[in-house]
Ligand binder design. Structure first.
Ligand code: PMP
Length: 392
C-alpha cells in the first residue's frame, strides 16, 4: 500500500499534468494595481468591484474617527459568549433597516453563511433544489445538510417547474437556492420567475446569494433583488461584505424568527470566534455610504457593457450580463497561457479551471472595477481585439 505522502504526491502530479495545479503566490495590492511576480499590474481579478478597498481617502476618513479603544482587532470569543460587541448589532440593525426586513445576522464569511444556514434550516424530509452552477459554499452547505438535494439546469425555470410539480407534494419544505449574479459566468438568475414559482407552493422557500451583486445592483446597491423588486419575496437573502463592500464577513436578511433560529443552529456562527469588531464597524461605515454610490455603480455598468460588446464582436463565447466577464477558452493549459500573456501586458487576469468550473470550460475571468481609467480600458480592449481567439 502506498503511504499517504506518496499518494498525495501522485495526486499533485496528476493535477499538474492536467494543468489544474493551484499554488499560492505573493500578491501585494497597491490601489487598483497589484505587485506580483516582480511586476505591477492592473488588478482585474479581485472582487473590489467598486474600488472601495483601494480607496485610500475613504480608509483615511474612517481611521480619523477612531480611537485606540475603537480599534478592536479581536472579538476574543464567539458572539454567543463574550464576543457580541455592539458593533455587530449596529451593523445588523442597519442592514435590516436598509432592506426593510425584520432582521439580519452577520457571519464571519460568505462561506460560513452558506455552509451554516442551509444545514440549519432543512432536515430529513426536506429538499433543496439548487441551480446547477451555484458556488462551492452552497454545495457544501447542501452536502452538510440532512435534506435531499438536487440541482436544476442552470437558470432553467421550466426544469425547476417540472421538478416542483413532481416533488413538492412529497417533501415537507423545499428550498430553492440560487445566486443572483453567478460567480463564474457573470450571468443573472431570473429572480422574478423563481419568485412566481415559489408562490405556487406553500411549502417552498427562496434562498438567494447576492455575493456578486451586493453594493452593485439596484438604486441603493442592495443587489439584484432590489433591482428586480423582489426583496420581500426572498426568505433568505445572503450578501457578502468582502467583495464590493471592501470589508469581510457576510450577512443574511430574513424574518426575525428565522434569525433567532439561526443563532441557535448555525454551527459556523456558534462555534467560531466572531469577526474583529473593527471589521463590523468598517462594514457599517461602508454600508452607510453604499446607497449614495450610484455613480460608481453606473461607471462599472458602462465598462462592463463595453467589454462584453467587444468580446461578442470578436465572436467569443461570453454568457455574462454583469461586471464578471469570462472569456471561455476550454483547455486549462491554454487558459493559463493566455492569463500569463495578459499578465505580461500588465493586466492581472487569472485562469479559472476545473473543478471551480465544469470540465472543458477553463476561462479567463475578468472582474471589472469602477475605478478603471479610460486608457486602461482601451488598452484591455485593444489586446482582446488583437488576439487570435477560439471560434474566430
Ligand atoms: N457566495 C458566492 C457566490 C461566492 O462567490 C463566494 C466567494 N467567492 C462566497 C459565497 C463566499 O464568500 P466569502 O468569500 O465571504 O467566504
Amino acid at each position: 500500500m502506498k503511504d499517504l505522502y506518496t499518494h498525495i504526491q501522485s495526486a499533485l502530479d496528476s493535477l499538474a499534468a492536467e494543468g489544474n495545479l493551484r499554488s499560492l503566490s505573493h500578491a501585494l495590492p497597491e490601489g487598483r494595481y497589484l505587485l506580483a511576480q516582480g511586476q505591477r499590474m492592473l488588478n482585474l481579478s479581485s472582487n473590489d468591484y467598486l474600488g472601495l478597498a483601494a480607496d485610500l481617502e475613504l480608509r483615511a476618513r474612517f481611521l480619523a474617527e477612531l480611537t485606540t479603544d475603537d480599534f478592536m482587532p479581536s472579538s476574543s470569543s464567539s458572539r454567543l459568549l463574550t464576543g457580541n460587541h455592539p458593533a455587530f448589532d449596529e451593523l445588523e440593525v442597519a442592514l435590516a433597516r436598509l432592506y426593510d426586513a425584520e432582521a439580519a445576522l452577520v457571519f464571519n464569511s460568505g462561506y460560513d453563511a452558506n455552509t451554516g444556514i442551509l444545514p440549519a434550516i432543512v432536515d430529513t424530509g426536506d429538499l433543496i433544489l439548487a441551480d446547477k452552477l451555484v458556488h462551492a459554499s452552497l454545495i457544501d452547505g447542501m452536502r452538510l445538510s440532512r435534506a435531499q438535494w438536487f440541482r436544476f439546469k442552470h437558470n432553467n425555470l421550466k426544469h425547476l417547474e417540472h421538478l416542483l410539480q413532481k416533488l413538492a407534494p412529497s417533501y415537507r419544505h423545499i428550498v430553492i437556492v440560487t445566486e443572483s449574479i453567478f460567480s463564474m459566468d457573470g450571468d443573472e438568475a431570473p429572480l422574478n420567475g423563481l419568485v412566481e414559482l415559489k408562490r405556487l407552493y406553500p411549502n417552498v422557500l427562496l434562498y438567494v446569494d447576492e455575493a456578486h451583486a451586493f453594493g452593485l445592483r439596484g438604486r441603493r446597491g442592495l443587489g439584484c433583488c432590489e433591482e428586480q423588486g423582489c426583496i420581500g419575496d426572498v426568505d433568505f437573502l445572503v450578501g457578502t461584505l468582502g467583495k464590493a463592500a471592501a470589508s469581510a464577513g457576510a450577512f443574511v436578511v430574513c424574518r426575525r424568527v428565522a434569525r433567532d433560529y439561526l443563532v441557535n443552529r448555525v454551527r459556523p456562527f456558534i462555534f467560531t470566534t466572531a469577526l474583529p469588531p473593527i471589521i463590523a464597524r468598517w462594514s457599517r461605515y461602508v454600508l452607510n455610504l453604499l446607497p449614495e454610490m450610484g455613480e460608481r455603480r453606473q461607471r462599472l455598468a458602462e465598462l462592463s457593457r463595453r467589454l462584453r460588446r467587444v468580446l461578442r464582436e470578436q465572436r467569443m463565447k461570453c454568457p455574462s450580463g454583469s461586471h464578471i466577464i469570462p472569456l471561455i477558452v476550454g483547455d486549462s493549459a491554454e487558459a493559463v497561457r493566455r492569463a500569463e500573456e495578459m499578465q505580461r501586458r500588465g493586466y492581472y487576469v487569472r485562469a479559472v479551471r476545473p473543478p471551480t468550473v465544469p470540465e472543458g470550460t477553463a476561462r479567463l475571468r475578468f472582474s471589472l472595477r469602477a475605478d478603471l481609467a479610460d486608457e486602461e480600458m482601451e488598452g484591455l480592449i485593444n489586446i482582446l481585439a488583437g488576439h487570435e481567439m477560439p471560434g474566430k
